[in-house]
Write a protein that binds this ligand. Structure first.
Ligand code: NAD
Length: 321
């Protein structure tokens, strides 16, 4: 068995590697060659933790396994990340475990890759202003991956907790882009692409605030009850997602579907656009919205790439198992 420790991931897997791995598996999902299994996430009644599994099988890439982990709110006091995850990969031919991979950084990379993929395939080519809603841990990864997709000239940002906005300013500076914190009216009026990455349970952006032609990547809503944008905005947009079943149950689409203003049949898997089987954006006026719910196959795809790179560079630890 090969072990790729968390500490090695940063030196192995780039945002580009994650983009390619996730784009590949989204395409395989849309062709019916890769499946996510039902997600398990439980309140374990200990340490305030939520613990679970995401798993699946990518027949096209011959990648099978699971990501296990969750959220431990007391970890920060122990000097650890609150979100903890580990990926186990199994040999699809024999069922033997063949790799154990640190999953924390990979989670941020694969989540940022998903919204970046949506921007590459759905945003207007002439998009100039990148809008960021959310300034938590994921937001820096999101901004870096998004910024690589278009010739953005500046970044505008908003966060529910203004004291966290420094992260957006620093990340924009690292990318060489001017940054300004704005209110939500300016966000909607100025941004051509908006990434939302918060843990909000109330709509932040309203339908009336978004201008025609905007691409939205809604990445924060991954649980029943969470919400980042008004259901009317989702209903008005042309909607894409990683996995339709998750979008309607735990994604941003859940609210518009429950309200009856969006039909499940109107939501398109982004993999169809990647595969050239669906057009994506069809006009400069259209609002496109990607509902990124996060699927286990994303984790497995980037973990498999990490193992490949670690093996190539002699960084994987080999153990008899
Ligand atoms: P974080 O805890 O570091 O940051 C939380 C963010 O949400 C901050 O911007 C904070 O200001 C904002 N926020 C908190 N409470 C809010 C409220 N009541 N209203 C509006 N905003 C609020 O979290 P993170 O690691 O950056 O993750 C952000 C979100 O992304 C989480 O909801 C997480 O579950 C989700 N996530 C989704 C995926 C996916 O694949 N879709 C993957 C990883 C994380």
């Amino acid at each position: 068995m090969l072990i790729v420790p968390e500490a090695e991931i940063g030196g192995l897997v780039t945002a580009e590697d994650a983009f390619a791995a996730v784009e590949g598996v989204f395409g395989a999902m849309a062709r019916g060659e890769a499946y996510n299994f039902p997600v398990i996430r439980e309140d374990i009644g200990h340490a305030g933790a939520l613990y679970g599994f995401k798993s699946g099988f990518d027949r096209a890439g011959m990648v099978m396994g699971l990501k296990s982990g969750g959220y431990w709110p007391g970890n920060a006091e122990k000097g650890l990340t609150n979100h903890q995850s580990t990926v186990v990969l199994f040999d699809p031919d024999t069922g033997r475990a063949h790799a154990l991979v640190g999953g924390n950084l990979l989670t941020a990379l694969r989540t940022a890759a998903a919204s970046a993929i949506s921007i590459r395939h759905l945003a207007r080519k002439d998009a100039k202003v990148l809008g960021m809603v959310g300034a938590g841990h994921q937001s820096a990864f999101q901004m870096r991956a998004a910024a690589a997709q278009r010739n953005f000239e500046r970044v505008v940002g908003w966060n529910f907790h203004p004291e966290m906005l420094g992260r957006l300013e620093e990340t924009a500076a690292e990318l060489g882009l001017p940054y300004e914190s704005v209110d939500l009216d300016r966000m909607g009026a100025e941004a051509d692409v908006i990434v939302t990455i918060t843990s909000s349970f109330e709509p932040i952006l309203k339908a009336t605030q978004i201008k025609p032609g905007t691409h939205m990547a809604c990445m924060g809503t991954d649980t029943k009850g969470k919400q980042e944008v008004e259901a009317d905005l989702v209903a008005r947009a042309t909607v894409f997602t990683d996995e339709v079943a998750q979008a309607v149950s735990i994604g941003e689409c859940q609210h518009a579907v429950a309200a009856g203003s969006l039909k499940e049949a109107a939501i398109t898997a982004i993999g169809k656009v990647i595969n050239g089987d669906y057009p994506g954006r069809t006009s400069d006026e259209e609002i496109t919205l990607f509902d990124g719910t996060g699927v286990g196959l994303q984790d497995l795809a980037v973990a498999a790439r990490a193992v490949e790179l670690a093996r190539e560079r002699g960084l994987a630890i080999e153990v008899d198992f």
